[in-house]
Design a protein. Structure first.
Length: 383
């Protein structure tokens, strides 16, 4: 039976029980109430123990530990950090709001039918938004009350790119949808090929949005009007989403290529061929592009021409962020620390039991770690 959307149902007793059972690697985020702060003492025996902790090795120290609500027989599905808020959603579509500074849980709201598919949450004009395949919800950040439900004109398949008041989605029916959040209805639609879908998130490029379909079609659209600004074609789809700087869109593709296209004309700027399909998520930092190339290792390319800066052979995963001038690469279990200028492996550390790692800033940001059953911890740079 479908559940009633918008009901508030956080069980702090259950949260405490979960917190008492869950460990996260060798840094336990258990035995705590909501918002409990971690020790920041560096002296004595405790300091020696902390030095062997995996988060300490990568340059972080604990700040707080808490738990988001996760329903029975479900797990944490999304973890979004906006800066001031941590928004955690489980696979039954219960959204938990956590104060990013203190770790205090503010509320948990059940957004309804557990069969609905959600694609993430964020903040817009002072409200929390959370998007499902057919509906975009808006909630009061103080209470968790649903203040607006906006029906989408097409079935969403991705997290939106936000441009002004427009949320731009990939959909399941050969259309890119621009949903006007202020008005509450469809602002524009760009139709391309009803045999295609968009299954990787679009990326904002200033006031434009770049979209890649499951057939490798690239479209660059004006985010406010939907007007076509540029187009091109890859030879296959992407597993990760495109990334962009102020004038270029970069695509690491299943067609065994890394591409760069002009953001406002779609013209090809360069192409690097690889021996195998690329399945990871590329990341940008200044004039450097980071991506795993399966047959070689983890690579750093120049954004100007795609030439190789370095390759860390045998290193797998996605770039999580930069800490103290070193690149953190995460493969879902092991964190590899690389010298960002040469690609040398500085350290490796296993962090078992963690399902999600998120940073709030790519360079020296705070780190948020979560387990499948909803335990969440914040770590801050330690040096």
């Amino acid at each position: 039976m479908p559940r009633r959307p918008g009901s508030l149902s956080f069980s702090f007793a259950r949260a405490a029980a979960l917190c008492a059972l869950v460990g996260m690697g060798s840094v336990t985020i258990a035995g705590c109430g909501s918002g409990q702060r971690g020790s920041q003492s560096g002296g004595g025996g405790a300091g020696g123990a902390e030095a062997r902790e995996p988060y300490s090795i990568i340059g972080y120290r604990p700040v707080w530990k808490t738990v988001a609500q996760v329903a029975n027989r479900h797990e944490l599905a999304h973890l979004d950090v906006t800066g001031d808020e941590v928004l955690a959603m489980d696979s039954s579509n219960i959204l938990t709001y956590i104060n990013a500074r203190t770790g205090q849980v503010g509320w948990a709201t059940d957004l309804g039918d557990s069969l609905a598919r959600f694609y993430g949450s964020g903040m817009w004009r002072g409200n929390v938004w959370s998007v499902a395949d057919t509906v975009m919800y808006f909630l009061d950040p103080r209470t968790g009350e649903v203040v607006d439900r906006q029906r989408l004109a097409a079935l969403a398949r991705t997290r939106p790119a936000i441009v002004g008041d427009m949320a731009v989605f990939g959909t399941s029916r050969g259309e890119v949808l621009g949903h006007n959040m202020r008005a509450g209805f469809k602002g524009w639609g760009f139709g391309y090929n009803r045999a295609s879908t968009v299954e990787v998130p679009p990326v904002a490029v200033g006031a434009a949005v770049a979209v890649v379909t499951n057939r490798g079609e690239l479209f660059v659209l004006d985010g406010l009007s939907g007007r076509l600004l540029g187009r091109n074609t890859l030879y296959d789809a992407m597993s990760g989403g495109p990334v962009a700087d102020e004038d270029t869109v970069y695509c690491a593709s299943l067609d065994q290529s890394i591409w760069a296209f002009g953001a406002y004309g779609g013209e090809q700027r360069w192409r690097v061929r690889t021996a195998e399909p690329i399945r990871g998520q590329a990341e940008l930092l200044g004039d450097r592009l980071f991506v795993e190339i399966p047959s070689e290792g983890f690579a750093c390319l120049r954004t100007s021409d795609g030439s190789r800066v370095w390759t860390a052979q045998g290193v797998r995963g996605n770039a999580l962020g930069v800490r103290a001038g070193r690149l953190l690469v995460w493969d879902g279990r092991t964190m590899t620390v690389l010298d960002i200028t040469r690609g040398d492996v500085v350290d490796t550390v296993e962090i078992p039991g963690v399902s999600k790692l998120v940073v709030d800033n790519f360079v020296d940001g705070n780190l948020y770690a979560a387990t499948k059953n909803g335990s969440i911890a914040r770590y801050e740079p330690s040096r």
